[in-house]
Design a protein around this ligand. Structure first.
Ligand SMILES: NC(=O)C1=CN([C@@H]2O[C@H](COP(=O)(O)OP(=O)(O)OC[C@H]3O[C@@H](n4cnc5c(N)ncnc54)[C@H](OP(=O)(O)O)[C@@H]3O)[C@@H](O)[C@H]2O)C=CC1
Ligand SMILES: CC(=O)N[C@@H](CCC(=O)OP(=O)(O)O)C(=O)O
Length: 310
């Protein structure tokens, strides 16, 4: 019998994109409730408890409630796309490429926390350098990023696309998270293996899907002998043997004049770049992804497939 999958929040931005990715799959059975019933708690509880894997695409509080609804039912495994459980040690963090053992942890887990879109880029750049001893204790990491506006869910999509919305946003690009307390900072710190919280400055651009995450570094403050080439080599070594996260060869990135935030729109992969001038004292590490691809829905489907393979 095909495993049953229920997407709680299937009519929201992340849920819809998961459904699109599952369309046509015959190896799973998708349980569904009509859009008008999406907040019917009794129906959701019934569906959640009928599933082999429940994928939660809800705000944090609703995710916590959904987990309560299945807590006594060991037959249900959960992938949560919210921020609620990402630094909870009882949950496997759903970034399979972040270290060699993570895919197996996800395969074996009952509870998997899907990573945030910005943390996927930031951790993807930072963690290999911490693990390799290149990024030392105490280094003051900064993370600067721009996201497509679908990252803000149905509400921000309406604000950006409907000029008559009462809180319409007309800016083509804006900074937010200005108090520097964005909810993704704990996740970047824990899974980036950082001993000091990064300064995180997010922004949104007037494009639907895409994301650039930048981590600029001073080579003089890294481990002795760190160069643009050694950083690149550490990333290449870390991501060898899989095809979701790729590290762009230095010969290729040297020829680039710009990075296009929407290049990976609709794709579930992530590209990492090391920019700078050979022999100079600074580098800029850049991650390029789709906030709804490897940043959310694509990663959720990848995690579901790992769990089904166990
Ligand atoms: N958008 C993105 O790029 C990313 C999103 N995420 C995370 O994914 C989760 C979903 O976000 P997103 O899809 O963007 O949000 P949306 O607002 O687009 O969708 C959320 C869905 O959940 C429903 N919902 C809200 N509260 C409840 C409730 N109490 N019971 C049942 N259903 C409820 C909403 O219904 P209604 O229409 O009635 O409000 C809506 O259908 C969030 O935790 C978000 O942080 C993670 C990574 C990236
Ligand atoms: C553009 C925008 O508003 N983005 C969201 C993050 C989207 C995302 O990654 O969702 P999680 O918070 O569940 O990780 C934000 O900054 O809150």
């Amino acid at each position: 019998m095909a495993p049953k999958i229920f997407i709680d929040g299937e009519h929201g931005t992340t849920g819809l994109q998961i459904r699109t990715r599952m369309a046509g799959r015959r190896d799973v059975e998708l349980l569904s409730i009509p859009e008008a019933e999406r907040r019917n708690a009794a129906l959701r509880e019934d569906m959640l408890n009928s599933a082999d894997i429940a994928i939660l695409c809800l705000p944090d509080d609703a995710s916590k409630e959904a987990v309560q609804m299945v807590s006594a039912n060991n037959n249900v495994r959960v992938i949560d796309t919210s921020t609620a459980f990402r630094v909870n040690p009882g949950w496997a963090y759903g970034f399979a490429e972040m270290d060699g053992a993570q895919a197996d942890r996800i395969k074996a887990a009952r509870f998997v926390a899907n990573p945030g879109c910005y943390p996927t880029g930031a951790i993807g750049l930072i963690r290999p350098l911490r693990a390799a001893g290149i990024l030392p204790d105490g280094y003051p990491v900064t993370v600067n990023a721009v996201s497509g506006y679908t990252g803000g869910g149905k509400q921000m999509i309406a604000q950006m696309e409907n000029p008559d919305h009462p809180d319409a946003i007309t800016a083509p690009h804006f900074l937010y998270g200005l108090p520097l307390t964005h909810k993704h900072v704990p996740e970047m710190t824990v899974h980036g293996l950082l001993d000091r919280a990064p300064i995180f400055s997010p922004s949104v651009g007037k494009f639907a899907q895409g994301m650039i995450v930048q981590v600029p570094l001073h080579l003089d403050d890294l481990a002795e002998g760190a160069t643009m080439e050694s950083i690149h080599a550490a990333l290449v070594a870390h991501y060898a043997g899989q095809d979701i996260v790729s590290v762009v060869p230095l010969a290729e990135s040297k020829g680039l004049a710009r990075v296009n935030a929407v290049e990976l729109e609709g794709k579930d992969t992530m590209k990492l770049f090391v920019f700078g001038t050979p022999g100079a004292s600074q580098v800029n590490l850049v991650a390029l992804l789709d906030n709804l691809g490897k940043g959310a829905s694509g990663a959720a489907v990848q995690n579901m497939d790992l769990m089904l393979a166990s």
